[in-house]
Design a protein around this ligand. Structure first.
Ligand SMILES: Nc1ncnc2c1ncn2[C@@H]1O[C@H](COP(=O)(O)OP(=O)(O)OP(=O)(O)O)[C@@H](O)[C@H]1O
Ligand SMILES: [Mg+2]
Length: 577
């Protein structure tokens, strides 16, 4: 491999000369400390390198070594439950072996090389296989069976396969190519270049809901398994809490959480909480289905970019096994800021607000890796990858270039409002500004699994909330006396929708998660009561009478109903009627 020499260091950007035959996006080792970097630009004899580790103390004249490989991640047993940094170094192992600070240039493999995993074959000797076929399984954690798949190009006939305990580097299967007679030795470990989306057979339009247990999300602005969503919001409006809630409660098989440029204590929250929290379906700790990538605000800026790519590649790998995967990226603004910083140092022509002109292409390429797919392989297994990215625009300004570029790509927009957060209405997702373009495509799913009139209650509720907004304007101008009784009823019902349904406290053990069928019942009761009150008004009741009905108190307690919820809902419905 070729060797060059540093001519300039500018923060995370290093320029080297003399690296012969080096390619774009090739990994290079920079300086005496052998820091990890990636080639971003090639001009004449000079290579501009983005360095994923702190470059202080590195100077001109020091060597740079080409490696011949693009930035890649290791895929195999041992991913789940791990916490990696942006270039997939296992932080838990590093802290156990080297203390709490990551020494630079440290070489620790992402996946444990010594641990043995039990491999159970699903195919046998003599079977013909193509790329993506599942050769066997490893029970990685109590929640996840990792499928060992035929890597691209290793097609042919299985000549050796056996059950047993293997390290990730040992050969578990041998496949002989019919044409070339080559023997492919397959181990549990595969590598994949992070900037290249993993392959699949076909992309399908997403049709199934990702159920998160968060009422404002599932009922009003749902996201699909295989869909994409963004959460822009000002400082402290609840972006991280929403993403934590989805990581904890959504019905995905695998969660990949990328903490990108955010505070370390938020990552620490996840680390402390997930081993304690139990998956409601299986009662196993949530960490057993989770992969964490941590690139906190005190870690090198350039590695924010690699953390996003590392995360998405790991997520795609589990999608390829036929799993439903959800990836959270918190926050994509920090990644965009890293792009801006590097672009500035490369002296590229700046676009909006100094962000590079390719910002929107980068974001689009990232979100397009979401999807519902028929996986590679000869069976017809489906996999889904949902991407949920938070955006932190300065001052919560939605005209920010990162927000605007993201909104052009994603199908779901959860707009967090500081006014709501300030009033302690959480999740502070605006019901007036947010949207989901998936709602219609879920209608048959909802009819089949929940109720045929689900979407009509949703529509009524949203209409009432919109009317509330315009009535409030009138009240501000001329006072509540200007409203008719039925207009005042709108205000009463809207308040109930906001307080008894939308408001959901993440930290309350009962309130934190609401099954979809319960969400439906809750909303139905509120709307039935509204319809009933309209009738009462038309037959002579006063607005004060209908606003102070005893049943309203019970409705306010609905979210704390426990196991006998369904019975209680039935009797509430009877009472309303
Ligand atoms: N669903 C919720 N239930 C109860 N409290 C909430 C909820 N969502 C947010 N909060 C409160 O708001 C605080 C701030 O939330 P969070 O840290 O998620 O904001 P953020 O938008 O990620 O902020 P930053 O911009 O600093 O990253 C939380 O610590 C919590 O007290
Ligand atoms: Mg946050």
């Amino acid at each position: 491999m070729s060797k060059g020499k540093i001519v300039k260091v500018s923060g995370p950007l290093v320029v080297a000369e003399g690296l012969e035959n080096v390619k774009m996006y090739e990994v290079v080792r920079v300086g005496e400390k052998k820091l990890i970097g990636e080639v971003l630009e090639l001009k004449d004899n000079f290579a501009s390198i983005q360095v994923y580790e702190e470059t202080s103390g590195v100077g001109p004249g020091e060597p740079v070594f080409a490696t011949g490989f693009p930035l890649s991640v290791e895929l195999g047993p041992g991913l789940i439950g791990s916490i990696f940094d942006g270039i997939q170094r296992p932080l838990d192992i590093i802290s156990n072996n080297f203390g709490d600070f990551i020494a630079r240039g440290i070489d620790v493999p992402a996946l444990n090389r010594v641990k043995k995993w039990h491999f159970t074959p699903m195919l046998k000797r003599g079977d013909d296989v193509i790329t993506g076929d599942i050769l066997g399984e490893v029970q990685e954690t109590s929640l996840v069976k990792q499928k060992i798949m035929v890597p691209p190009g290793a097609e042919g006939k299985i000549i050796k396969i056996s059950e047993g305990n293997f390290t990730v580097e040992e050969t578990v299967v041998e496949i002989k190519s019919e044409k070339t007679e080559t023997v492919h030795k397959i181990s549990l470990l595969q590598k994949w270049p992070v900037r290249k989306p993993r392959l699949y057979r076909e992309k399908l339009p997403p049709a199934e809901m990702l159920i998160t247990g968060q009422r404002v999300i599932d009922t009003f602005f749902p996201v699909a398994k295989g869909g994409s969503a963004c959460i822009p919001g000002p400082f402290g409006s609840g972006k991280t809490v929403v993403q934590h809630q989805i990581s904890k409660w959504s019905d995905a098989d695998i969660i990949v959480f990328v903490g990108c440029g955010e505070r370390g204590n938020e990552m620490a929250d996840v680390l402390l909480e997930f081993p304690q929290l139990k998956d409601p379906k299986t009662n196993e700790p949530l960490i057993k289905r989770t992969v964490l990538i941590a690139n906190t605000s005190n870690m090198p800026v350039a590695a924010r970019e690699s953390s996003v790519y590392t995360g998405i590649t790991i997520a795609e790998y589990f999608r390829d096994m036929g799993y439903t995967v959800a990836l959270m990226a918190d926050s994509t603004s920090r990644w965009a800021e890293a792009l801006r910083e590097i672009s500035g140092r490369l002296e590229e022509m700046p676009g909006d607000e100094g962000y590079p002109a390719y910002l929107s292409t980068r974001l689009a390429e990232f979100y397009e890796r979401a999807g519902c797919v028929i996986c590679s392989g000869s069976d017809e297994r489906l996999g889904a990858l949902t991407i949920i990215g938070s955006v932190s625009p300065p001052g919560g300004d939605l005209s920010d270039p990162v927000v605007q570029a993201t909104l052009r790509i994603v199908k779901v927009f959860w707009s967090l409002e500081d006014k709501l957060a300030f009033a302690r209405h959480f999740p502070a997702i605006s019901w007036l500004r947010s949207y989901s373009l998936y709602v219609e495509s879920f209608s048959s799913y909802l009819s089949k699994n929940i109720a045929g009139d689900f979407l009509s209650y949703r529509k009524t509720a949203l209409r009432i909330l919109q009317e509330e907004a315009s009535l409030e304007e009138i009240v501000r101008l001329v006072g509540i006396e200007a409203l008719t009784p039925s207009e005042r009823l709108i205000l009463v019902t809207a308040k109930s929708i906001r307080e008894d349904f939308l408001h959901q406290v993440a930290f309350d053990p009962e309130d934190t998660y609401t099954p979809l069928s319960v969400q439906y019942s809750m909303l139905k009761i509120i709307i039935l009561l509204h319809n009933k009150c309209e009738k009462l008004l038309s037959t002579g009741a006063t607005i004060d009478e209908v606003a102070s009905l005893g049943v309203r108190e019970k409705i306010a307690r609905m979210k704390f109903f426990k196991d006998d919820a369904l019975e209680k809902f039935d009797s509430l419905i009877k009472e309303v009627r």
